[in-house]
Design a protein around this ligand. Structure first.
Ligand SMILES: Cc1cc2nc3c(=O)[nH]c(=O)nc-3n(C[C@H](O)[C@H](O)[C@H](O)COP(=O)(O)O)c2cc1C
Length: 367
């Protein structure tokens, strides 16, 4: 196992965001919030990760609207008074433990299944009504719906700031609402919200730009992006660095601070001819700090884990090598931290024999 006394435990500073180390808890939906309200068990779960030395905790996806944004049971929102009070306790606990935390703001868009909600007659939203390429289930979003969705993201971000969170992350990945605008396969609009690269980025850019106006220049804004889609793990939105630049630059110009690049395996090169991964290219092309993610400290990747594959602890040599060369700035860790709140402390102290395997049994509890 690797000596990680170096880069992983170096502080990170960017504007108002000052972190003691480079380890970020990846956003992970836990579905332990009955009535969409995070309770004391959720607060204790996040506090344990702060006590366990995580540099920045990103929350599970948090719904920006109680009806159209969510179809997954027991997912917390940030719109009801009860939920806001719940989140206030979460951030207070994390801060008391010396941690930092951001809320991940999530609109499920086409992956909300109306039939499984209390509002089965309310259609789901996506740029052109597509869930999968070629599978149009709903009407394209109207101008009014687009404005509503943008406003709800902005309001949620302002609420997060007011409640004391240290940053917010917009969930722009994994085929949900924002991503349905990015991807040409699911955005077939011919108006200002579709068409070329800038048209398909406009929805995200408006969210970022209007949020930036309200939260001021200092409040850190992160966006999570993925090339892979739930419908197609091999999908590529950007096929080469030029296209990636066309995707990312407008987001930076709109006011994003940090780009969180979702991969299932962080070591996989993004484009032929270079070993740089997605986060590596994002940083190189924009000059902005980036977060990488994907199978850190574990042998298997997360979608296989859902299917029951057990992942064993894996060494961090490749990760440290990439971070030592400044390919990206921060590393998000999902399942290893879901399984073990002490993961970062164990890595720092080189207690490698205490690292745990991940099995999907861990999903059934909030330990
Ligand atoms: C139980 C679970 C829930 C997840 N929920 C979210 C989520 O709400 N938002 C998100 O952006 N990614 C979500 N993900 C993806 C993770 O953030 C992360 O990208 C993925 O698990 C890969 O990291 P890992 O290999 O370290 O687990 C989830 C993953 C897991 C395992």
């Amino acid at each position: 196992m690797t000596d990680t006394s170096n880069i992983l435990f170096q502080p990170f500073e960017h504007g108002q965001l000052s972190l003691p180390n480079r380890i970020v808890m990846a956003p992970m939906t836990r579905s332990f919030s009955p009535g969409n309200v995070p309770g004391s068990d959720v607060a204790a779960y996040y506090r344990r990760r702060a006590e366990g030395g995580v540099g920045l905790i990103l929350s599970e996806g948090v719904s920006t609207n109680a009806v159209t944004a969510t179809g997954t049971p027991n997912v917390p929102n940030i719109v009801s008074d009860e939920a806001k009070a719940g989140w206030e306790k979460v951030i207070a606990g994390v801060h008391e433990a010396g941690g930092k935390m951001g809320l991940q703001l999530w609109h499920e868009g086409p992956f909300r299944n109306p039939a499984k909600t209390e509002h089965p007659n309310t259609p789901s939203w996506s740029a052109s009504g597509f869930k999968m390429p070629g599978k149009q289930l709903w009407k394209p979003m109207t101008e009014t719906e687009i404005e509503t969705a943008i406003t709800e993201f902005v309001d949620a971000a302002v609420t997060a700031k007011d409640l004391g969170f240290d940053c917010v992350e917009f969930h722009g990945a994994h085929s949900y609402l924002i991503d349905s605008f990015f991807w040409s396969e699911t955005n077939q609009r011919t108006d200002q919200w579709g068409g070329d690269w800038s048209g398909r980025s406009r929805f995200a850019c408006e969210i970022i730009r209007r949020t930036r106006q309200k939260v001021g220049s200092d409040f850190p804004l992160i966006i999570r992006l993925s090339q892979w889609k739930q419908q197609d793990f091999a999908a590529k939105y950007a096929h080469n660095p030029d296209e990636l630049e066309k995707w990312l630059k407008p987001l930076v110009d709109a006011g994003i601070d940090i780009i969180h690049c979702s991969q299932r395996r962080f070591w996989e090169p993004e484009f032929e001819g270079s070993s740089l991964n997605f986060a590596g290219w994002a940083k190189k092309l924009t000059g902005k700090p980036s977060i990488s993610v994907g199978s850190v400290g574990l042998t298997g990747e997360f979608t296989a884990a859902y299917a029951g594959e057990i992942s064993e602890p894996a060494n961090l040599d490749e990760l440290v090598h990439r971070m030592d060369s400044s390919e990206f700035d921060l590393i998000a860790v999902g399942r290893a931290l879901l399984q073990d709140p002490q993961w970062a402390i164990k890595i720092k102290a080189e207690r490698h024999d205490e690292l745990m395997s991940f099995s999907k049994d861990a999903l059934t509890t909030l330990s």
